[in-house]
Write a protein that binds this ligand. Structure first.
Ligand SMILES: [Zn+2]
Length: 145
């Protein structure tokens, strides 16, 4: 499970926030001040073991980036996906799955090429896009959920 280290804006102490809990309005472990995740959040890394449980329980719409580390277009999309995670922390959850390590989930969704983007709401797959696209196209899909 990936996480992000954030300095508390109130007491300055460093907090390790699990990526899966970023959208749950985390508090500082030292002074209990709320931690502002805007512009600090990272994509949630999901895999074969935890994908379905996370998507089922998520309180916000989710965009999942299915990628492979050796794919050029996936590398091009990486800064866009990272930016969307930072910008939309309290509205949407941005997640990613490394298909080279998680072939069960890639098979489950019949993913033939990467990058592929899937959009979930209330645990259901609503829409998908294959191939590299602009941030604007992904944003429009998210907003339509
Ligand atoms: Zn603090």
């Amino acid at each position: 499970m990936n996480s992000v280290i954030i300095s508390c804006s109130s007491c300055g102490k460093k907090n390790r926030i699990p990526a899966k809990k970023q959208h749950l309005r985390p508090q500082c472990g030292h002074c209990k001040a709320p931690i502002n995740m805007t512009n600090q959040a990272v994509p949630v890394e999901l895999g074969d073991q935890d994908f379905h449980d996370f998507v089922k329980q998520a309180p916000l719409p989710i965009m999942v980036d299915f990628f492979s580390p050796t794919c050029g277009p996936c590398q091009m999309m990486l800064p866009i996906v990272n930016a969307m995670a930072r910008e939309h922390i309290n509205k949407f959850i941005i997640a990613k799955v490394d298909t080279s390590k998680n072939n069960q989930i890639a098979l489950f969704f019949n993913i033939r090429g990467v990058p592929s983007f899937m959009f979930f709401k209330d645990g259901n797959l609503i829409d998908q896009i294959s191939g590299a696209v602009s941030q604007n196209v992904l944003e429009q899909k998210l907003r339509s959920l």
